[in-house]
Ligand binder design. Structure first.
Ligand code: EPU
Length: 330
């Protein structure tokens, strides 16, 4: 079985699936993770394997979604989901139960356990907006810790689990704050236009989720058809001064103001560097969204890296902007 959505065959010294808390405790007691390198993989939707991994791949496969508190007086409720649950199935389960607030994150590949680690986001919502607490286990002493939302130090596609506490905790479950009443999050332009085109003014949760999924699949490759890691790069942030220079030269460049300056649409930069739809070796830049690198059939991790380097250096040369990879390279 290939545990990565890029569809790159890869091997490791060991692969361990964790179904129960006992499985996790046994692994932590064994001290295996102190002796050899390890990597925790969820749906493998954000990794590119470039070599044999000389260590242990851990795959949390625990299951369960439960209402653990509420609804309280304000209609909020807490829902705990196991790390091994498929993210999309979790979102759809919440919609079916009438637990609202996660709709915009429908159809994102991956697992619940990965959602706080990289603060997944799309269509105007990020996981951090609905995460209440994260239950995780310390790899060196086996202790359980509940991280509050603030303690997770969420950032753009980032959290404490990717920064200060990288490789120190295994996320076991995530508790989300959702609501009985449905308040659609409709900030994202392409989403509101898609609803308008269908003549929908006040979408039901299901209509919202269906519209988001259709917007998503109109721009992004479906993992079951085309291998990719979703957005391969992050959207880069540049200073106001750098932005002013660029916008003077490229008035149609897509950018959004952020506290540190401007966030540029990496897809726009890559497209205008001439890479959209181009192939190199057996991989390529997706023709509908240049932020996504795709497997054109049998590509290797090394080929993906070569393409990423070529794209990065062209963007650097043309715009003076350094693209950072969102995908994790192993
Ligand atoms: N654009 C181009 N050319 C392209 C791609 C995009 O000009 O080839 C322009 C678009 O026209 C648009 C702007 O760039 O004006 C932004 O594009 P889009 O709305 O598609 O969003 P994005 O910033 O490229 C981010 C996330 C996606 C998420 C979408 C929708 C990152 C790295 N990516 O992409 O997340 O689905 O917003 O919210 O932040 C993922 O992380 O794997 C992922 C798919």
């Amino acid at each position: 079985m290939i545990y990565n959505t890029f569809g790159i065959p890869a091997t490791a010294d060991r692969f361990i699936e964790l179904h129960t808390l006992d499985d996790l405790r046994q692994l932590l007691d064994s001290k295996l993770l102190q002796q050899h390198p390890f990597f925790v993989i969820g749906g493998g939707s954000n990794v590119v394997f470039t070599r044999h991994f000389p260590g242990t791949i851990i795959h949390p496969a625990n299951r369960g979604i439960a209402l653990v508190d509420g609804p309280s007086a304000d209609g909020s409720l807490l829902v705990e989901a196991a790390a091994g649950e498929e993210w999309d199935a979790f979102v759809r389960h919440c919609i079916a139960q009438g637990w609202h607030g996660a709709e915009n994150l429908v159809a994102i590949p991956g697992t619940v356990g990965a959602s706080p680690v990289q603060n997944v986001g799309a269509y105007g919502l990020e996981a951090k907006d609905i995460i209440h607490t994260v239950r995780a286990f310390n790899i060196s002493n086996g202790e359980e810790r509940i991280f509050t939302n603030g303690e997770c130090r969420f950032g753009y596609r980032s959290s404490i689990f990717k920064t200060d506490l990288k490789d120190q905790y295994i996320v076991w479950s995530v508790t989300f704050r959702l609501y009985k009443s449905f308040q659609p999050c409709l900030q994202y332009q392409a989403l509101t236009s898609a609803l308008q085109r269908q003549g929908i003014e006040n979408p039901t949760p299901q209509q919202l989720a269906d519209t988001i999924a259709s917007v998503r699949w109109s721009k992004l490759p479906r993992p079951e058809e085309t291998g990719s890691a979703g957005s391969f790069f992050k959207n880069p942030v540049v200073s106001r001064q750098h932005y002013d220079q660029l916008i003077a030269r490229y008035p149609d460049m897509v950018a959004y103001p952020v506290p540190e300056g401007y966030k540029l649409a990496a897809g726009w930069l890559i497209e205008h560097a001439g890479w959209k739809g181009r192939n190199m070796g057996r991989c390529g830049v997706y023709d509908k969204q240049a932020l996504v690198l795709v497997n054109r059939g049998g590509c290797s991790g090394a080929e993906v890296l070569a393409l990423a380097d070529a794209v990065t250096s062209d963007v650097q040369r043309l715009f003076g902007v350094t693209l950072e990879k969102e995908a994790i390279i192993i």
